[in-house]
Design a protein around this ligand. Structure first.
Ligand code: GLP
Length: 248
C-alpha cells in the first residue's frame, strides 16, 4: 500500500489525493463504488480527518467523486469534468483524471478571422490569425473537436509546432511567454451534424455541448478564441456556486 510521507514537502492532503486518484485509474475502485469514510481514511493513512476531508472535497470538486447525503462518497462515472472555476486546458483536465490525453491535428494554418472571432479577438475581420483544428481524445476515445483561433505577434510560428505531442497552453506559456490568466466561456446545447458525428464517432443527432472561449493574457489581451464541440454523453461541466446575499 502507498503511504503518506510525513517529511515530504508535498502536503499530506495532496499525497492522499494522488493515492485516491490512483485507486480510480487502476480500477481498484470502479464507478459507483462507495469510498472509505473520512474516519477510515484517516485511520488507514494515519492522518487527521481534516486532511482526509480536504482531499475528498477537492476530488468531489474535480468530479472524480460525488457525495450522496447520508450515504457517503462514491466514485463518479467516466464523464470528464471540466471545472468552471479555474482556467485549465484539455491536457490538464484529462491528466487530472488520471487518463491519457491525445490529439489528432485536423488542420493548422493561418486563416482570415470571421466577424465574430475578430470581435472577440479585438481585431479587424479578415485579419490573418492562426487557426488550429484538433480532435481531442482521452485514453484513445474521441471527446471533442476544438477550433482555436490565435492572435498574437508572431503567431504564424505556431505552424512549426507539434500539436500532436504538445499542449497549446503549455506551449504558449513556456515557449512564447504568453501567460494565460483568464477566460470567458459560453456553453450551449446542440446536436451533432454529419461531419461532427464522423469525427467524434457518435450517431448524427447525438447531444453535444458547444463551447466558445475567449482566453486573455496577463495584460488582458485576448489571445485565443476557441469553438469546441464536446460529446454530450461524456462531459460534465462543474461549477461551484456561492451565495453572498440572502433574502432578508
Ligand atoms: C480547452 C479549451 C480550448 C483550449 C484547450 C487547450 O479544451 N476549450 O480553448 O485551446 O483547452 O488545451 P491544451 O493545452 O491541451 O492544448
Amino acid at each position: 500500500m502507498r503511504t503518506i510521507y510525513r517529511n515530504s514537502p508535498v502536503p499530506r492532503y495532496h499525497q492522499l489525493k494522488e493515492i485516491l486518484r490512483e485507486k480510480v485509474s487502476t480500477e481498484e475502485w470502479k464507478p459507483g463504488d462507495l469510498i472509505p469514510s473520512e474516519r477510515e481514511l484517516s485511520e488507514t493513512y494515519n492522518i487527521s480527518r481534516m486532511t482526509a476531508r480536504q482531499a475528498i472535497t477537492d476530488l468531489v470538486n474535480e468530479g472524480l467523486f460525488y457525495r450522496e447525503q447520508g450515504r457517503g462518497t462514491f466514485v463518479a462515472d467516466n464523464r470528464i469534468t471540466q471545472q468552471l472555476l479555474q482556467l485549465t486546458g484539455f491536457t490538464e483536465d484529462i491528466q487530472a483524471r488520471g487518463q491519457r490525453p491525445s490529439t489528432i491535428v485536423l488542420s493548422a494554418a493561418m486563416h482570415p478571422a470571421d466577424a465574430i472571432a475578430a470581435q472577440r479577438l479585438r481585431i479587424e475581420p479578415g485579419q490573418m490569425v492562426f487557426r488550429l483544428r484538433r480532435l481531442r481524445l482521452a485514453d484513445e476515445e474521441p471527446l471533442a473537436i476544438e477550433e482555436s483561433l490565435l492572435n498574437f505577434k508572431g503567431c504564424e510560428a505556431l505552424a512549426e509546432e507539434d500539436f500532436e505531442n504538445h499542449s497549446l497552453y503549455q506551449l504558449l506559456e513556456t515557449q512564447y511567454g504568453i501567460p494565460l490568466m483568464e477566460a470567458q466561456q459560453e456553453i450551449e446545447a446542440g446536436l451533432a451534424g454529419q461531419a461532427e458525428s464522423e469525427t467524434l464517432r457518435i450517431p448524427v443527432g447525438s447531444p453535444v455541448l458547444l463551447t466558445r472561449r475567449t482566453t486573455y493574457t496577463d495584460r488582458n489581451r485576448p489571445v485565443e478564441y476557441a469553438r469546441s464541440v464536446y460529446c454530450g454523453a461524456k462531459y460534465t461541466f462543474f461549477t461551484h456556486l456561492k451565495r453572498d446575499r440572502l433574502f432578508s
